[in-house]
Design a protein around this ligand. Structure first.
Ligand code: GLN
Length: 356
């Protein structure tokens, strides 16, 4: 069956329907990872967005247990070519079946590199995937322009708190849409990890007496997470060591009076170079974000820049002055992508041990 991808600027790509055949409207973002498509599909930070994979062949090892959460979150999936014969000793099925079972509409046969050039030049746009050949652009374009992500954190966070047993430091992980490998990275280092729903009051977390607090990644515009920002202010005022990733990094900055802004087309992929300003070393990182913290909006008495993106100079991390708090915009938990910055979990472990 034919499918169409219609962008807010009126561009139309024609392809083949994959997954669900229902209409979907979302923000269209691109990811440049060459592999790790399953970790991308199950990253809760994609809730409210449809993902374009720039790498032309997707799905060649099928569906494997490499899930970063229980289900797929993107509203839609856009690829050049889906493997017709996935093959791997762990393969449990195809992307086509997976998208269908999750009711996610997709389109294959799109020149995803041409599409990405448009998104890079004009900036992130909203779009629609439809299988209806008789679409009317005059009717659809205002609908596309009206789409906004809204509150998605409440859709992706866990329903109730749960614990991953461990005999080491106790970590409270605030789940704003956490990828599994954040908890796993801590648990692997011996931590007992308690995962809390995003709306858990700071008092509950503080009274549980954790050795450290982790603020997770998550979807949507950080400025809309008003109540989480208020709770984070209270966490900041304790002496408990805090490490935050991506949305957590943005929320900590907002809680301290910093500002975030939307990037023209975001950073999503497995090869973004970031520089650790304390050592001047460059690490290749996994990234998935559309917003960034304006480092200049924070006085050095509050926080100083710890990492920058080598490609565009945007902020990639902050160290909070006089506090055991550091936050990064990229993903040290990888999945997908390079594990270069996994040492940051060790740094957090040292912070927790030092605070004991
Ligand atoms: N992966 C994330 O945590 C993303 C944070 C935020 N939703 C952004 O797009 O910038």
């Amino acid at each position: 069956m034919k499918a169409f991808l219609i962008l807010e600027d009126g561009t139309v790509f024609t392809g083949i329907s994959i997954g669900s055949t229902r209409d979907m409207i979302s923000e269209i973002v691109f990811n440049t990872s060459m592999t790790g498509y399953l970790e991308v599909l199950t990253d809760p930070s994609y809730a409210g967005q449809a993902v374009v994979m720039t790498y032309p062949l997707i799905g060649n090892y099928g569906i494997t247990p490499d899930m970063e959460s229980k289900k797929a979150w993107p509203d839609g999936y856009i690829v050049r070519e889906l493997s017709r014969m996935p093959s791997n000793f762990r393969c449990e099925g195809s992307i086509q079946e997976f998208l269908e079972s999750q009711d996610i509409p997709g389109i294959a046969g799109v020149d995803t590199r041409a599409l990405t050039k448009i998104l890079r030049e004009k900036g992130t746009m909203n779009g629609m995937i439809t299988t209806n050949e008789n679409f009317d652009l005059d009717e659809i374009i205002p609908k596309l322009k009206a789409y906004s992500i809204g509150d998605v954190v409440s859709k992706v966070t866990c329903g109730e708190a749960y614990i991953l047993e461990g005999s080491g430091p106790k970590v409270a992980l605030m789940d704003f849409g956490a990828k599994h490998n954040i908890a796993r990275s801590l648990n692997r280092r011996g931590c007992e990890v308690t995962v809390y729903p995003a709306d858990t009051p700071a008092e509950t977390v503080i009274h549980s007496n954790p050795d450290g607090i982790m603020l997770s990644n998550g979807p949507g515009d950080p400025e809309t997470c008003v109540s989480a920002i208020e709770e984070i202010k209270k966490l900041y005022n304790t002496n408990i060591p805090i490490f935050a990733i991506c949305l957590g990094h943005q929320l900590m900055a907002l809680a301290n009076g910093g500002k975030t802004y939307k990037l023209k087309y975001g950073h999503r992929g497995g090869n973004h170079p970031v520089k650790d300003l304390s050592s001047n070393r460059v690490y290749i990182s996994s990234q998935n974000h559309g917003y960034a913290v304006d480092a200049k909006s924070l006085d050095s008495s509050v926080a100083t820049e710890a990492f920058i993106n080598v490609n565009d100079g945007t902020n990639e991390g902050l160290a909070y002055t006089g506090k055991n708090i550091f936050t990064v915009q990229f993903h040290p938990e990888a999945c997908p992508g390079p594990q270069d910055s996994g040492y940051l979990f060790d740094r957090f472990m040292d912070m927790m041990k030092g605070a004991e």
